[in-house]
Ligand binder design. Structure first.
Ligand SMILES: Cc1cc2nc3c(=O)[nH]c(=O)nc-3n(C[C@H](O)[C@H](O)[C@H](O)COP(=O)(O)O)c2cc1C
Length: 187
């Protein structure tokens, strides 16, 4: 079902970024073409080398290279993708997406994307239940984005509650289901 599908993955600076490596591996195994955009903070949690190796494509972060002036087109990335998954999505990036704050490649690409966007929030229980985050996720949902539930469990902080990123296998299943439903509906 995922063969030849072009999937863009946005990785932000949350502790669950290591799980996104598994998502990429599973998608590539299923035949998807995967490109990865990382925020600067995401690079503190998992290396671009890991993500580039697993996705078989260079990882994108910068708008342009100051050395040679080459630049990454968020418009092209946004129109290239059949699906854009942001996993993990931090409270910070969720807030910026909800408000159209376009200060990095991930968010300019989000604003340019014509495809369905799936967002996998991941943060501490109190950050997730804060009114600001609840409101921002509601705004993103109202834009037509699909918010993946952040299940309950033990969190990296030591607290217990909602905020874990969905498991990689579950996220890949949601993506596969989306494409199979799309195939059924399309003429
Ligand atoms: C060890 C550590 C773990 C963090 N984990 C999370 C997290 O799981 N979710 C979250 O929303 N923010 C988390 N943060 C805070 C983000 O890294 C911070 O808000 C950052 O500005 C996010 O930037 P980005 O959204 O551009 O990637 C963590 C910070 C540290 C130092």
């Amino acid at each position: 079902m995922l063969k030849g599908k072009r999937i863009l993955i946005g990785v932000t600076g949350g502790i669950a970024a290591y799980k996104t490596a598994t998502i990429i591996r599973l998608l590539v195994k299923e035949g998807a073409e995967v490109k990865v955009i990382m925020t600067e903070h995401a690079k503190a949690f998992i290396t671009p080398l890991t993500m580039a190796t697993l996705s078989k494509n260079p990882v994108l972060t910068e708008f342009f290279s100051p050395e040679n002036g080459s630049w990454n087109s968020h418009i092209e990335l946004g129109t290239w993708a059949d699906l854009f998954l942001i996993a993990p999505a931090t409270a910070n990036t969720i807030a910026k997406m909800a408000n159209g704050v376009a200060d990095n490649l991930l968010i300019t690409t989000y604003l340019s994307a014509r495809c369905k966007v799936f967002i996998a929030p991941s943060m501490d229980v109190d950050m997730l239940s804060h009114e600001a985050t609840v409101r921002n996720l509601g705004i993103l949902k109202s834009y037509g984005n699909h918010i993946l539930d952040a299940p309950s469990g033990e969190l990296a902080s030591g607290l217990t509650g909602k905020g874990r990123m969905s498991e990689p296998e579950d996220i890949v299943k949601v993506i596969s289901d989306y494409f199979s439903k799309k195939k059924t509906i399309s003429p």
